[in-house]
Design a protein around this ligand. Structure first.
Ligand code: ADP
Ligand code: MG
Length: 234
């Protein structure tokens, strides 16, 4: 469970998040929508412990983020725009490295398993630097879940993905839901959001301006509601 209270992020004179409060239950798959510059990535970075808020609190499973950073880090997986992979390393080496970092029991076995899961076993020992964007993103997804996190934070994960990679990502998110793990996903992909998420939050100008359940899983309905709130903004 995530409980966010009165979160404010100020950089210089600029207010990036303005009093964001939000509760997310275990097992929810939440789409975070909103125009460019709304503060979506900033919100995700704060929850992922990458940056600190100016004020306000984040609790994860009743633990205060500011107090138990290390413990919480071990339980969350974060997929930012950058892959966080070492490009001279192969998938096996990258995933073993992160597996060790997160104290995974048998990192080599896990690395092989995940490489197979994302359909890249054939490239297990090839350096990542020769990979296409879609292939890099598949390994990046594997990297984010190497320690089987209870909370998965995804920042625009569908951008630049091929159909196969989208299917793999969706499978990971759906499996997460079945395990009662939580997924927060910033996205501009309304089709994917409507298909796999069960709740949407709309952020605009540093504030949550809409928050609703997705019940009928239709892209047109999600887009319709979004445009009612946001209008034609990008
Ligand atoms: P989104 O992900 O919704 O597009 P971001 O959270 O990346 O938005 O950014 C929100 C606002 O904060 C933007 O106006 C952006 O320019 C600003 N911003 C983000 N990070 C910084 C930073 N390190 N320094 C100054 N401004 C920033
Ligand atoms: Mg962003």
């Amino acid at each position: 469970m995530i409980e966010i209270q009165n979160l404010v992020k100020k950089i210089g004179d600029k207010l990036i998040l303005r009093n964001v409060s939000l509760t997310i239950e275990d097992g929810e798959t939440v789409a975070i929508l909103g125009p460019n510059g709304a503060g979506k990535s900033t919100l995700l970075k704060i929850i992922s412990t990458l940056i600190k808020p100016t004020s306000g609190t984040v609790m994860i499973d009743h633990k205060l983020l500011s107090k138990e950073v290390n413990q919480i880090r071990m339980r969350l997986g974060y997929l930012p725009h950058e892959s966080l992979l070492y490009e001279h390393f192969s998938p096996l080496e990258n995933l073993k490295f992160y597996g060790n970092l997160y104290q995974v029991k048998d990192p080599e076995k896990r690395a092989r398993e995940l490489t197979a899961k994302v359909g890249l076993s054939y490239f297990l020992n090839e350096p990542v630097k020769g990979f296409s964007r879609g292939m890099v993103q598949r390994i990046a997804i594997a990297r984010a879940i190497v320690h089987d996190p209870c909370l998965l934070l995804l920042d625009e994960p569908h951008t630049g993905l091929d159909q196969k990679a989208i299917a793999i990502l969706n499978e990971v998110i759906i499996e997460n839901k079945q395990k009662k793990a939580t997924t927060l996903m910033v996205t501009h992909d309304f089709k994917q959001a409507a298909e796999i998420c069960d709740r949407a939050i709309v952020v605009r100008n540093g504030k949550i301006v809409d928050d609703f359940k997705i019940t009928d899983h239709k892209e047109s309905d999600l887009l319709g509601r979004y445009h009612q709130i946001i209008g034609g903004e990008a």
